[in-house]
Design a protein around this ligand. Structure first.
Ligand SMILES: [Zn+2]
Length: 211
């Protein structure tokens, strides 16, 4: 006897949710198009296993494209603090490559030099989720993360390193499963001070090796 576990109902409520470009996500239309895609792929969307698939896929797109807003800056005054390097690593987010619409896993490490105030640590994860929840390329994600963090601290002294695993490289095309793509943004002091830059890169690599 097979026991099936009921999954929670997909969220297809008509409350409009804006996607990354600001336009509303039409979840019902997405479900309809997924059903059409199944037909175009030679499937029968009415068969038992696929009955709820279009709604589930549409609900996933809606959730993926509307992650928590990263707009609220959370900084805490630490007036005595300076000359310290802060690095937050181990942030893992899933995004979608916009060239193939296949998943990419991004391991993110970000750093900055505080000057009188510190950034709330959970803010880093929110920034990562915010820019991962859209059709993306790793290079632009890295830039957007860095620009957002620079905006939060009001200076360019930020560094971001991202190591990506791209399914468009590992399950299609060249099929290189071990391939990793690394992108690094170094701004302000991280660009002008080679010692600080090297510290960041070394600590970022250590985060990845420990993962
Ligand atoms: Zn791709």
């Amino acid at each position: 006897m097979t026991t099936s576990v009921a999954s929670s109902e997909p969220d297809l409520s008509p409350v409009p949710v804006a996607g990354p470009c600001g336009a509303a996500i039409d979840t019902c239309r997405v479900a309809d198009l997924i059903a059409q895609l199944l037909v175009a792929l030679g499937e029968d969307p009415a068969r038992e296993g696929l009955a709820g698939t279009p709604d589930r896929v549409a609900a996933w797109w809606r959730a993926f494209l509307s992650p928590d807003d990263a707009a609220t800056a959370t900084c805490f005054t630490e007036s005595q603090l300076s000359d310290q390097l802060v690095i937050v690593g181990g942030m893992s987010v899933w995004s979608l490559c916009e060239h193939h619409m296949l998943p990419m896993n991004l391991q993110v490490t970000a750093g900055y030099v505080p000057n009188g105030e510190v950034v709330g640590l959970s803010k880093f994860g929110r920034i990562a989720q915010h820019y991962a929840g859209r059709l993306q390329v790793q290079e632009r994600f890295t830039q957007q993360f860095a620009e957002h963090l620079a905006g939060v601290i009001g200076r360019e002294d930020v560094a971001v390193a991202v190591r990506g695993v791209h399914l468009c490289m590992s399950m299609r095309g060249v099929r290189m499963e071990a391939a990793r793509t690394t992108t690094v943004h170094a701004g302000g002091q991280f660009r002008s001070d080679p010692v600080l830059n090297q510290q960041f890169v070394t600590l970022a690599a250590a985060q990845w090796n420990a993962a």
